[in-house]
Unconditional design. Structure first.
Ligand code: ADP
Length: 479
């Protein structure tokens, strides 16, 4: 079974959030499980030269894009036993940002077409399935059926589209459809792109792909309804039979408190974890107090993550004997609010308005709890990483949070976190207070909870198995 995994980011090459994390770790797991997977990503200028220097030039060609033809260099390298292809075009990918450029529609249209043109040039590898991810690659199933339908190379090639976050859809004016993509007016293709007065890359991808997955079973159900559907609920409901939710995993090699060189003290049990808390408190200028519950927030600062709830009850939280360490960048409204509360409570809050991988690991290792009051959360990796480090998630019951955080039951001692159902600030506050109550109890309940969390299994093997089964069903349909 040969899978070409197409994604716009893959750690350690490039990562702006959870997508890059998955792009880095899922192919490794698939490869280990015996699937012949190859990954193809854009060669962004942000990729560290040490990685790209090892890439070998394979070939170059021109990619048709509407009425133009654009240069494409194809490079190849092997990293941790996985084959990577890099799509090279400095005009499109030597930019100051990975996303958010004025011509993202054209940049990722180019990427999609360049992937299909690359397949035509692979000498030793013909994928059975092209596994696409999010709107950046959603045009591949479209282009495959619109531009390559008569090419025998592609006759039996199947497409799978994974939705990591329905919020981001690739919505652009019709001009992109005609000028950049060179697609015809009217007919089925036109209908499939049409989204109110504009076009929608993800919608077209969903309607053209042979199968669709999303990153947790709960999110797969949620997106069929308006609250989570981002105006795509009816499109998705129409494809319900082809849609599956498979929970992501995390790389247990990378996130391993026993071996992590970024943290203050490596550990395998709750007792040894404490040194990390003391180290971080000291480094960040917070009072070094093991008895104060330490909350971590490691996140993009965007509305999705539920910071409105947190900010709403911040005055009450600050009345408690707790510490809060926040790492992340994003929207100014949240950065400003966190800065404001930090100035008011310098001995309780440390806020770093940027993202830093080493600091993220230090916080996971130091924190007693991590806050994830998300409005929606397709999968969420942060809670899984946190649990691996014995930091207890306080999460809203949505999407992948619901599928991974099992509420603590004080009578049976089961569970690995705390959760609340409604998007309501006082439910969050109540849950925080409940967690702090358990933390302060003079018995080993907290330790049991931490051990439960550290022993929860979020490795990729389980998801890789489910994907392997899904790939097999896709191919069975051919025979
Ligand atoms: P999302 O993909 O919505 O950002 P996830 O919980 O699925 O959230 O994935 C978070 C991953 O991204 C973790 O590996 C986390 O360490 C990392 N991360 C969190 N915040 C940022 C940020 N501001 N920039 C880059 N990576 C981040």
């Amino acid at each position: 079974m040969r899978i070409l995994y197409v994604i716009s980011e893959a750690d350690p090459f490039i990562k702006t959030g959870g997508l890059g994390e998955v792009g880095g770790s899922f192919p490794l797991a698939l490869n280990k499980s015996g699937i012949e997977v190859r990954v193809i990503i854009p060669k962004y200028s942000q990729i560290t030269p040490e990685l790209t220097e090892k890439a070998a030039f394979l070939t170059s060609f021109e990619v048709p894009l509407g009425w133009r033809r654009q240069y494409c260099g194809l490079q190849e390298l092997v990293y941790q036993d996985v084959h990577y292809y890099l799509i090279d075009n400095e005009y499109y990918f030597k930019r100051s940002h990975v996303y958010g450029e004025y011509d993202d529609a054209e940049r990722f249209s180019f990427f999609c077409r360049a992937v299909l043109e690359s397949i035509c040039r692979f000498s030793d590898y013909k994928p059975d399935i092209i596994h696409c991810n999010d709107w950046h690659t959603a045009l591949i199933p479209v282009m495959l059926k619109e531009f390559y339908f008569s090419d025998p190379l592609f006759f039996n090639m199947r497409t799978l589209l994974t939705i990591h976050n329905l919020k981001y859809q690739g919505i652009y004016p019709w001009q992109v459809y005609f000028d950049v993509l060179g697609l015809p007016e009217g007919g089925m293709c036109y209908q499939r792109f049409s989204f109110k007065d504009v076009i929608n890359f993800l919608k077209a991808g969903i309607l053209y792909a042979d199968r669709i997955t999303t990153v947790s079973p709960t999110y797969a159900g949620e997106i069929l309804y308006p609250y989570y559907g981002e105006q795509m609920e009816s499109v998705l409901a129409g494809k319900k039979d082809l849609l599956t939710g498979i929970l992501n995993g995390i790389d247990y090699g990378k996130y391993n408190p026993r071996k992590d060189s970024y943290i203050y003290a490596q550990y395998g049990s709750y007792a040894q974890k404490l040194n990390n808390k003391l180290g971080l408190q000291e480094d960040l200028g917070l009072p070094v107090r093991p008895e104060a519950p330490l909350f971590g927030v490691i996140s993009r600062l965007v509305p999705q993550k539920g910071f409105d709830l947190l900010l709403h009850v911040m005055p009450q939280i600050m009345e408690m004997d707790v510490q809060l360490v926040i790492l992340g960048d994003g929207e100014a409204q949240y950065e400003n609010s966190f800065q404001y509360y930090t100035r008011l409570n310098p001995d309780k809050i440390a806020f770093m308005d940027y993202y830093d991988e080493v600091m993220a690991h230090k916080i996971y290792a130091a924190a007693d709890m991590v806050l994830m009051p998300s409005r929606f959360e397709p999968c969420g990796l942060t809670q899984m990483i946190a649990m691996r480090y014995g930091a207890i998630p306080i999460a809203r019951e949505t999407g992948g949070l619901k599928d991974s955080v099992i509420p603590y039951n004080q009578f049976t001692g089961t569970g690995n976190g705390f959760s609340f159902a409604n998007y309501n600030a006082h439910e969050l506050l109540d849950t925080i207070q409940r967690a702090v109550g358990v933390f302060h109890e003079q018995n080993d309940r907290w330790e049991t909870l931490v051990n439960n969390a550290m022993h929860s299994d979020f490795s990729w093997e389980r998801s890789a198995k489910q994907y392997t089964a899904l790939y097999a069903t896709l191919l069975e349909q051919l025979s």
